[in-house]
Design a binder for this molecule. Structure first.
Ligand code: C5P
Length: 404
């Protein structure tokens, strides 16, 4: 099927052994109806010839700043504007490092820096290079810059060592690209509220009650919704994550009460709300204006009072909005999650499994079961939080479609 008909893809190839698979990936893109312009680094040409790639793409391959025979200048700016999506596969440690730092010494990087389109990167390298702190730092930088990383798989590598670093298979890269194009517009015109992170409840000017929530799940949801074209208001407690997507309006708060005020304001205009924040249930009755001193007594009593339940408050006046909550339970998790969904007026609840070591606070992975008030229930395997965000938004879109 021509799933990519009329789409302009710039395929960047850098110098790793996995470049031999790029010919196959290119063939898949062309078969799916895309127009593909290949940009290859000088080292890439040592692994696969431009002749093969231009024969498959039907276009001359771009590699040098100037064409060898005519001296004509290749415009990376034009290529960057032409592109609907840039896919760099394989991306070596060197190319990833140059992308993260803007080292524009070849056509692939200058095209990347000029690209107005989204960019996907499929890394491929030896396991130690992949695990190196500098590679991981560069990957994080690319993620913060809005680049989608197609994580490498584990298996036997060119070095005959076994581990993580193998470029994802071309069929899977094609699937990700198809998903990208098909979901791009699916939430255009919708406004979505996302709450994320912990809340900090102040005891005095230097102490607070908090929790271990990192905000990663909520930020992944906000990012995915924004990529689908939604306008997102992300109300977040204190976290150390950046956001760069222009569709996300970020509101930083500290306490549950501040989160409630910001969430209630954004809720007015939104079509759906996903409440993934770990909100403190209790807060100190008084916030001391000066730092509490160590007293000459055995202990200190701190009286706590109940915080407002943001989800339940929004649930009472949700109208035809779709409201999604999270549940993290240690016992009778399934029954408790359903009871919580009913009590808070939610349409859907995402149950985090605490029994699974791949799920929970501060991890990059999560394992969830999505329970809906229409009786549908889906248990997913453990996945990257970004992929969990895809599943949650697919469920939300499905509910929005059936409400219509
Ligand atoms: O009751 P519990 O905290 O387990 O409920 C979890 C769900 O309710 C989450 O979606 C969380 O964001 C939301 N919640 C809230 N306000 C609170 C407590 C929880 O919105 N005060």
């Amino acid at each position: 099927m021509q799933t990519l008909k009329g789409k302009h893809i710039v395929l960047g190839i850098s110098g790793g052994i996995a470049a031999y698979k790029s010919a196959y990936l290119l063939r898949l893109f062309i078969k799916a109806g895309a127009e593909v312009q290949v940009v290859i680094t000088p080292n890439g040409k040592e692994f696969i010839t431009p002749a093969t790639l231009s024969a498959l793409s039907g276009k001359p391959v771009v590699s040098e700043f100037f064409a060898a025979n005519t001296g004509e200048w290749h415009s990376h700016v034009d290529l960057g504007l032409w592109s609907d999506l840039m896919v760099i596969a394989p991306a070596t440690a060197s190319t990833i490092g140059k992308m993260a730092n803007g080292v524009a010494d070849n056509m692939l990087i200058t095209t990347y820096l000029s690209a107005k389109s989204p960019v996907m990167v499929a890394p491929a390298m030896d396991l130690d290079m992949w695990a190196h702190p500098s590679t991981q730092r560069n990957i994080r930088t690319l993620e913060q810059d809005g680049v989608e990383i197609i994580q490498p798989g584990s298996g036997e590598l060119a070095s005959h060592l076994t581990g993580k670093g193998r470029m994802e298979e071309p069929e899977e890269i094609l699937r990700r690209v198809e998903c990208f194009f098909s979901r791009r517009e699916s939430l255009r015109g919708k406004r979505i509220l996302v709450t994320a992170g912990p809340t900090y409840e102040d005891i005095d000017p230097v102490r607070f009650i908090g929790n271990y929530s990192s905000g990663k799940m909520g930020f992944a949801i906000a990012e995915e919704a924004a990529q689908r074209g939604a306008l997102v208001t992300l109300v977040t407690g204190p976290v150390s994550i950046e956001t760069s997507n222009p569709n996300i309006e970020r509101v930083d708060v500290r306490s549950a009460r501040q989160m409630m005020e910001a969430a209630e304001k954004a809720f007015e205009d939104c079509d759906a709300a996903i409440l993934s924040a770990a909100v403190a249930d209790y807060t100190p009755e008084f916030r001391h204006d000066t730092k509490l001193k160590r007293e000459n007594t055995d202990g200190l009593e701190l009286r706590l009072v109940k915080n407002p339940d943001i989800a339940a408050g929004l649930g009472e006046r949700k109208g035809d909005r779709i409201l999604v909550g999270f549940a993290l339970e240690t016992d009778h998790e399934h029954d408790n999650a359903i009871a919580k969904m009913r009590r808070k007026g939610l349409d859907m609840i995402v149950l985090n499994s605490l029994r699974n070591p791949l799920a929970g606070f501060n991890k990059d992975t999560n394992q969830v079961t999505v329970i809906r008030n229409d009786g549908k229930e889906t248990e997913y395997p453990a996945k990257e939080k970004k992929e969990v965000a895809v599943d949650i938004l697919d469920q939300l879109e499905d509910m929005m479609a059936s409400e219509r």
